[in-house]
Design a binder for this molecule. Structure first.
Ligand code: ACO
Length: 326
């Protein structure tokens, strides 16, 4: 029988500092009522001194401990992030040092909010091919350092955090059944951070023009997200011959509770079977799915042999899904 990959440990970490909607009311022209109604967010976490790799480290330690795997036993470290410690080296390389990992490769994946599922697909394929046995995959963001705290349309949305999984080689029926990756670059400017790269290297002018913070066409993105995710989840189930009623849990990317509910409704899934943490953490981008996964695992909301659907949508535009037999 062919190899398969299975998640054998999960972990997550969020910074201590809580920023509520009421705190934001004092900073920008917004209200708790607007943010709650339009997004479902009540509060988010903000990193203090910590960097993205620090968040990765805490989440990774917890995932490795849950899997009973030592850092030196990992073949590869992948970090999904768009808010890494620095453009070079990768945050995965900095995590490699902090974990005292020895024998593994390390690189970052950037697919914005779909990053964790892109990383999961890469990891799954390395393991399926027989090239690797154990991979540490982390989704982590410190988005609070890349938003304009005077722009009410974006600063209320994002939060900081990290989630990690250990994937191991198996020959059984359980594990990652399929992963699905998509992108449409025609809409790259719907969500972007234009400054700091080769197009607009950092200068005093790019800083003055606020080019180093997230820009988002929120409403346009919202409409594409709802439409695209509906098709994504139904196609993913069809390809695996699974009926929505057979799913034990959906773990969606946490951008907006209205988007999460629309997808759940499409599948006739009760919200009790949908993982939600957007209310407590906001949009933690590539960290949102692994944090939510860790929460449902630790709360024992999924059990052996359950079908679990993961789905995400984000900048690129990118979207992705994965079906797991837990
Ligand atoms: N408080 C009060 N009013 C606000 C705020 C705020 N924080 N933000 C915007 N508004 C106002 C707008 O100015 C606008 O006012 P106007 O009608 O007078 O012009 C009004 O509220 C409506 O604004 P919309 O942008 O149309 O509001 P919408 O209902 O679309 O909600 C939101 C905005 C929450 C951003 C939503 O569009 C959304 O969730 N979009 C999708 C985000 C997403 O999925 N992103 C992908 C992942 S992110 C990534 O990859 C990095």
């Amino acid at each position: 029988m062919r190899f398969r990959s299975r998640i054998t440990g999960t972990g997550s970490y969020v910074p201590e500092q809580v920023l509520t909607n009421f705190d934001l009311e004092k900073r920008v022209d917004t209200t708790d009522e607007w943010i709650t109604e339009r997004t479902g967010i009540k509060e988010r976490r903000i990193a203090g001194e910590e960097t993205t790799s620090d968040l990765c480290l805490e989440a990774s330690k917890r995932a490795l401990q849950a899997a009973g795997v030592k850092p030196g036993e990992v073949d590869l470290i992948i970090v999904a992030t768009m808010s890494g410690d620095m453009p070079m080296p990768s945050t995965a390389s900095i995590l490699h040092k902090k974990l005292c990992a020895k024998n593994s490769g390390a690189f970052d994946v950037n697919a914005a909010c779909s990053g964790f599922l892109y990383g999961l697909s890469v990891a799954d394929n390395f393991i399926r091919s027989g090239a690797m046995k154990r991979i540490l995959l982390v989704g982590a963001e410190v988005m609070s350092r890349f938003v304009d705290w005077q722009d009410r349309s974006t600063c209320v949305l994002f939060g900081d955090g990290a989630g990690a999984v250990v994937l191991e080689r198996t020959r059984g029926q359980r594990g990652i059944l399929s992963t699905h990756l998509y992108s449409d670059g025609n809409m790259w400017d719907y969500i972007c951070l234009p400054g700091g790269g080769a197009s607009h290297p950092p200068t005093a002018k790019t800083v003055k023009d606020k080019m180093h913070v997230v820009k988002m066409k929120g409403n346009e993105t919202f409409k594409v997200a709802v439409r695209t995710l509906e098709k994504l989840v139904t196609d993913t189930l069809k390809e695996n011959n699974i009926r929505p009623s057979e799913l034990a849990m959906i773990i969606p990317h946490q951008a907006n509770l209205r988007i999460i509910k629309a997808t759940a409704e499409r599948l006739h899934m009760p919200m009790s079977k949908v993982a939600v943490n957007v209310d407590r953490y906001g949009n933690t981008s590539s960290a949102s799915i692994p944090i939510a996964l860790d929460e449902v695992v630790r709360e024992e909301r999924i059990k052996k042999d359950d079908y679990v659907l993961l789905e995400a949508f984000g900048a690129g535009l990118t979207w992705a899904s994965a079906l797991i037999k837990w």
